[in-house]
Design a protein around this ligand. Structure first.
Ligand code: SAH
Length: 407
């Protein structure tokens, strides 16, 4: 993720459609340490082209009584040309356009709110899904890359006490197409030149007009919604027009450390970057900060991350939110370095994240001097370390602040 320090800018709501009744959070807040793997709601969004692989798309189109090659045409419109409106799909006979679009490209995300920060370079979108569930995505523009942070679940069942999403509980899993739609919306926004906020025009040349990176760091634990997440990764990386044609290297899968799912992901043959949310090098503290640790310990999670590196050759990131007087002691930096170095060198780097404030939490970020010392110790022990940029914290769009139910 980002390693450039942003200049916080004013907060602007660039579109707030007519007020809508926001549903109350549908699930009870989890009890301390409680883990939820099974979503209480099924969701079942309308079927969408992006849920299907190319063979399934052809079958779906034929099932609707149309010629199979129409599937490729629709895929070209959706993934390559990024068009939405049937009028623009002139290679489809007029008589069938609207029907095909209604059945295979139904709108899945309704924009509720769009907030910008960092002079328009960070854009947080709140979306309503077909059943009223709310999710968020954050688009971040940098000089040489554009990163979108996507949600994979409405809420999250992993219950990390310092994360706003975790405190909300799990509402439901998102479908592959609901995940992909967040990226396609962003791609359209960039391509369409509708980003007329802040000084975006001025730096349009230096920031690309296409999405280059996707990070699964929005709401949810994507590896707990494995099939939908892997489907999304395939749609993102499949060459156009079957998919968006992005490089797997630009994708980061962030996880609390679901060990069997990490091993499964390694075996998929898609070398995405793995980020492990460690946050503590010792089980006593990690049991509290990342409750999944009671299932898979620090050592088991680090071993899985190391196996991921050996199988894929991709350097793993260790995420470490620095929380004042909780996990930021020098000895914890030394212990973390020792545990990483014990597995080998050159396979990992550490991303300390200054804790972002969340509602109701007593915890705050570490003092800057303490943060510097933590980083210094890791580096002194040979562990590459970069403090993560916390874009969007002033619009609650930064790591751990996404809680759409209260947006
Ligand atoms: N479920 C995934 C994605 C979570 S969000 C995971 O846990 O990895 C991405 C990162 O932000 C995670 O490392 C998460 O622990 C971290 N994070 C959560 N709340 C935070 C907060 N308040 N401040 C800083 N980072 C936070």
């Amino acid at each position: 993720m980002p390693d450039v320090e942003p200049t916080p800018g004013p907060i602007t709501a660039i579109s707030t459609p007519a007020p809508v009744a926001l549903p109350a959070p549908s699930v009870a807040r989890p009890k301390r340490g409680e883990l939820t793997f099974t979503a209480p709601r099924a969701g079942k969004p309308p079927p969408h082209l992006a849920d299907l692989d190319p063979a399934e798309r052809k079958a779906a189109v034929e099932g609707l009584g149309h010629k199979g090659f129409r599937a490729k045409q629709l895929s070209t419109h959706y993934f390559e040309r990024l068009v939405e409106s049937p009028q623009e799909m002139t290679d489809l006979p007029k008589s069938i356009r609207a029907d095909l679009v209604a059945r295979l490209l139904p709108p899945l995300l309704t924009p509720i709110r769009t907030l910008t920060a960092d002079n328009g370079r960070t854009i947080k979108s709140v979306w309503r899904l077909h059943d009223g569930a709310l999710v968020e995505s954050v688009l971040m523009r940098y000089p040489r890359r554009v990163t979108i942070c996507v949600s994979s679940q409405a809420g999250c069942g992993m219950n990390c006490p310092f994360c706003a999403t975790g405190q909300e509980g799990l509402t439901r899993n998102m479908s592959t197409a609901e995940i992909v739609e967040q990226i396609v919306h962003a791609a359209r926004l960039l391509k369409g030149g509708t980003l007329d906020v802040g000084d975006i025009e001025a730096d349009a040349q230096s920031s690309p007009l296409r999405v280059s990176n996707v990070v699964f760091m929005g709401m949810g634990e994507a590896l707990a919604n494995y099939d939908a997440a892997i489907g999304a990764i395939r749609r993102i990386t499949d060459p156009t027009p079957d998919g968006l044609g992005m490089s797997a290297r630009g994708i980061t899968m962030s996880t609390v450390g679901l060990v069997p799912a990490i091993d499964k992901l390694a075996a998929e043959g898609i070398p995405v970057t793995l980020a492990l949310s460690l946050h503590a090098p010792d089980d006593k503290l990690r049991d509290e900060l990342v409750p999944i640790n009671t299932r898979w310990s620090v050592d088991e999670a680090i071993d899985a991350a190391y196996r991921y590196f050996t199988v894929t050759g991709r350097r793993v990131s260790i995420e470490y939110a620095l929380i004042r007087d909780m996990n930021d002691q020098g000895w914890r930096a030394d212990l973390l370095a020792a545990k990483l170095n014990a597995r080998g060198r050159g396979w990992v780097h550490v991303n300390p994240i200054p804790l972002n404030p969340t509602p109701g939490s007593m915890w705050t970020a570490s003092d800057p001097g303490v943060e510097r010392e933590f980083v210094r110790r890791l580096r002194a022990l040979g562990v590459p370390t970069t403090v993560r940029d916390t874009r969007g914290s002033d619009i609650d769009g930064a790591c751990g602040q996404l809680a759409a139910a209260t947006a």
